[in-house]
Design a protein around this ligand. Structure first.
Ligand SMILES: C[S@@+](CC[C@H](N)C(=O)[O-])C[C@H]1O[C@@H](n2cnc3c(N)ncnc32)[C@H](O)[C@@H]1O
Length: 361
């Protein structure tokens, strides 16, 4: 392998440049109440490093909301970062018409509400949003940030929602990782959205869950364009399916990162969208022509290749230098592609001849 070209790739997802003004103002005021300002990047970075160390040391434990440093770290850094990731995931879902028909959502482990703010950013409104969160400190901070929510929100500090209404989406953003299993009430919902850290362990756990839910009558809408066994899980011991969003950090966030070893040049995460009804793409006769890029572009002597998923095979698209010179198409990890039928396949490599053979959609 000569070079990882992923930085040059352009994803189809356009990320917002900054948090909405109303959330920025509420974030600043909540930080002030905790004795710090957004411009005190050294103090903020220290809090973030403490929470990061906590997560590394205790991967299965719940976030330590009783600690002021954890509240500061979440307000200044993790809430915005998760919001940006979720804006990317929600855009992926909109491309699949995934959110159509849902009237209510349950945000389980809602924290400071990054998910609801991402729905707002995409102008997705629901009749109601129920935020289930055990930590009262998180609920109080979330209330202060959510003044302008497009969806009326209610909070539930218990861990089990009451009766599930028809057309309810169950959502877990960075909270399934803190749970031993999916709660039972999810089986009464019509849709399920899970977003997880992009680690090998969390992502493979999510792919395993996908397989189990398929046997329980759920349909997968994304990221997979098929309902076959996941090739990255079944045919490899170490691969894991995850997305990556490109973004431009606002100056205030860059200042915090400048004081830390953590850098988020791109925003990776794993996600899964499932519904009780089959995906719109399954109706199309040419469904086999849809795939998703599941890897970054890797350049080798004579060709460059990129992991792509369209079914049970673990496959790469291989752009041969003799056909494409240096003009490899720029397709981001996570992007949907339309694939011409009947392309040459050599081993695990699909070999397009023309640009029209694999097109980003
Ligand atoms: C890592 S945070 C994620 C917060 C938010 N969803 C986000 O994306 O930024 C996980 C949240 O799940 C909450 N949580 C964990 N177990 C829970 C449970 N059994 N019931 C409700 N909330 C829970 C934690 O208190 C924490 O706020």
């Amino acid at each position: 392998m000569l070079q990882d070209l992923n930085q040059k790739q352009v994803s189809t997802i356009k990320m917002p440049l900054d948090l909405p003004d109303s959330i920025r103002a509420a974030q600043e005021s909540a930080l002030k109440n905790l004795g710090v300002s957004l411009s005190e990047s050294t103090k903020l970075a220290e809090a973030v490093m403490m929470l990061s160390a906590f997560y590394v040391k205790n991967p299965e434990k719940s976030s330590p909301w009783h600690e002021v440093w954890a509240q500061i770290a979440y307000l200044a850094y993790y809430m915005p970062l998760n919001w940006w990731r979720l804006c990317g995931v929600v855009s992926r879902g909109q491309q699949l018409n995934f959110f159509t028909g849902f009237e209510h959502y349950i945000d389980f482990g809602s924290g400071l509400g990054s998910l609801g703010f991402a729905f707002d950013e995409s102008q997705l409104s629901f009749i109601s949003g129920t935020c289930v969160e055990t930590a009262k400190q998180a609920i109080n901070l979330h209330r202060g940030l959510a003044d302008q929510s497009l969806t009326p929100l209610v909070w539930n500090q218990g861990s089990t929602p009451e009766q599930i209404k028809p057309n309810t989406l169950a959502a877990f953003s960075y909270s399934f990782t803190e749970l031993e299993k999916l709660p039972d009430w999810v089986s009464d919902c019509d849709g399920l959205l899970i977003v997880e850290p992009s680690t090998q362990e969390d992502s493979r756990r999510l792919q395993t869950l996908r397989g189990e839910l398929l046997t329980q009558g759920w349909h997968v809408w994304g990221p997979c364009t098929h309902a076959e066994p996941c090739p990255l899980l079944v045919l490899s011991d170490r691969d894991w399916c995850h997305d990556r969003f490109q973004w431009t950090q606002p100056a205030w966030l860059k200042q915090i990162e400048n004081k830390m070893p953590i850098k988020n040049g791109t925003l990776p995460c794993s996600w899964l969208m499932m519904r009780r009804d089959p995906p719109a793409i399954a109706d199309k006769p040419q469904k086999l022509d849809l795939g998703r890029m599941t890897g970054d572009l890797l350049e080798y002597k004579g060709f460059s290749k990129q992991l792509m998923c369209r079914g049970r095979a673990r496959e790469f698209v291989s752009w041969q230098r003799r056909d494409f010179k240096k003009n490899t198409p720029e397709i981001g990890r996570g992007d949907l592609v339309r694939i011409s039928q009947g392309l040459d396949v050599k081993g695990n490599e699909v070999r397009p001849k023309f640009f029209e053979d694999i097109v980003k959609i």
